[in-house]
Write a protein that binds this ligand. Structure first.
Ligand SMILES: *Cc1c(COP(=O)(O)O)cnc(C)c1O
Length: 425
């Protein structure tokens, strides 16, 4: 449809026909009635397409999923109630009881817990790996029952950049799909399918919403991974589903197989749906995503440079800094800039960090990142406090790390606030 990403942000998804609402309508209805019993029956057999109950699909949600799908360059997509639900469904759709998968140890704390603790109780084993290891080392973790590889484009909160080429090689040489959480980069700054990822997930709660008003998630499938070619590994997609009169997803839905299964089975049974009202907010956020990402990156770079020069600052990590350890990867995969999040630490440890955070005027302490207002967090005492010292070290999260999410205020004001707080310690 539209070739340029900025136009897709504004125009894709909802395409009103003559006389229809120009803005995306919020279809606030649980149900969709049909004239005949036969019409309805076909929907339940997945023989016909159509809406019948919002737990499975809703037109507002589908329009927003279609926009995100277009932004990522995917084949099919679905919204979920949260980023957590998106990551759970993305893996569980192909990795069940008895299965194993590999994830980078630097991923978001909530996902780490989901994979390492909760999914373990379901009989699914996750091996966390240091994502900087060479390919030969990473390959040693692959097992006969491994089903997928998982990473984040830019890790939260350590802002490390995924080496797509290495991870795609790891996955594809073993007949496995690569799943990438693209929350921090957004499709404005990185489209993981262009670098070999097969499935992308998002916490739309972050930049996509962009204003901190609604929790949500999204899964996009590129349609590129050939599940049928590795049929023995993915029986859920390649053998008949008894709960739908024996249809086989890969045969019936082709490139839509993965998302259709996630909708028809997981959404049906777990029900982590997005609300149409929240989908509407996500859509508003998406319309300005391209402009906001640019400003987030400009501001974050200005703040990173300022912090780097300040003698009270111990270290700064931001992939767009020329001397950052991730800069080479950022130049390769994040040509337009990375994101608005950076990590840094103050000299003098925890005590000084807390004094600093408490001295800020408008940069607030919030368990959030990636919205218009600058905020910050100390993972070791907030988001990651459930991790042991060992797990913190394994996830590469220094106890002194402060995660700063730079907003789209004027950079001068953001730096002035940081400066007065630094002067106060
Ligand atoms: C926030 C976040 C999640 C979880 O998303 P929710 O919408 O809070 O459930 C997953 N991955 C990353 C990278 C995140 O930043």
């Amino acid at each position: 449809m539209h070739t340029e990403i900025e136009t897709k942000c504004v125009r894709d998804g909802w395409n009103p026909k003559s006389g229809e609402p120009r803005q995306l309508p919020i279809i606030q209805s649980t149900t969709f009635p049909y004239a005949t019993s036969d019409d309805m029956g076909k929907l339940f057999d997945l023989e016909a397409e159509g809406y019948f109950y919002t737990r499975l699909q809703n037109p507002t949600n589908d329009a927003v999923a279609a926009k995100i799908c277009a932004l990522e360059g995917g084949a099919a997509a679905m919204l979920t109630s949260s980023g957590q639900a998106a990551n759970f469904y993305a893996v569980f759709n192909i990795c069940e009881n008895g299965g194993h998968f590999i994830a980078s140890s630097s991923i978001y704390g909530g996902t780490y817990n989901l994979f390492g603790v909760t999914m373990k109780k379901m009989g699914i084993e996750c091996t966390f790996v240091d994502q900087t290891l060479p390919l030969e080392e990473l390959e040693k973790y692959i097992k006969p029952n491994t089903k997928c590889i998982f990473g984040e484009t830019i890790t939260n909160p350590t802002v490390n950049v995924l080496d797509f080429e290495k991870f795609a090689a790891l996955a594809h040489s073993h007949g496995l799909p690569l799943i990438v959480d693209n929350t921090f980069a957004t499709p404005i700054n990185c489209r993981p399918f262009e670098y070999g990822a097969d499935i992308v997930t998002h916490s739309t709660t972050k930049y996509m919403d962009g204003h901190g008003v609604s929790v949500g998630g999204c899964i996009v499938d590129s349609g590129n991974f050939d599940f049928a070619a590795h049929a023995d590994k993915f029986p859920g997609l390649t053998t008949p589903d008894d709960s739908y009169h024996g249809i086989t997803y890969t045969e019936k839905f082709g490139k839509g197989a993965y998302i259709t299964k996630a909708t028809a089975q997981l959404m049906r049974d777990f029900g982590s749906i997005q609300s149409p009202q929240n989908a509407f907010y996500i859509n508003l956020g998406l319309e300005s995503l391209h402009i906001r990402m640019q400003r987030h990156c400009e501001n974050a770079l200005a703040v990173a440079r300022y912090l780097k020069e300040n003698e009270k600052v111990a270290w700064v990590h931001y992939p767009d800094l020329e001397d950052d350890e991730n800069h080479v990867l950022a130049q390769k995969y994040l040509k337009n800039g990375s994101c608005g999040v950076l990590a840094f630490a103050l000299k003098g440890g925890r005590e000084k960090s807390i004094k600093f955070m408490d001295s800020l005027h408008f940069a607030s302490i919030a368990t959030h990142v990636a919205d218009s207002k600058t905020c910050l967090l100390h993972p070791a005492s907030h988001t990651h406090r459930q991790l042991t010292e060992e797990q913190l070290a394994e996830a590469g999260i220094p106890a002194d790390l402060i995660r700063l999410s730079v907003g789209i205020e004027n950079a001068k004001d953001i730096i002035a606030d940081i400066e007065q707080a630094l002067n106060n310690i």
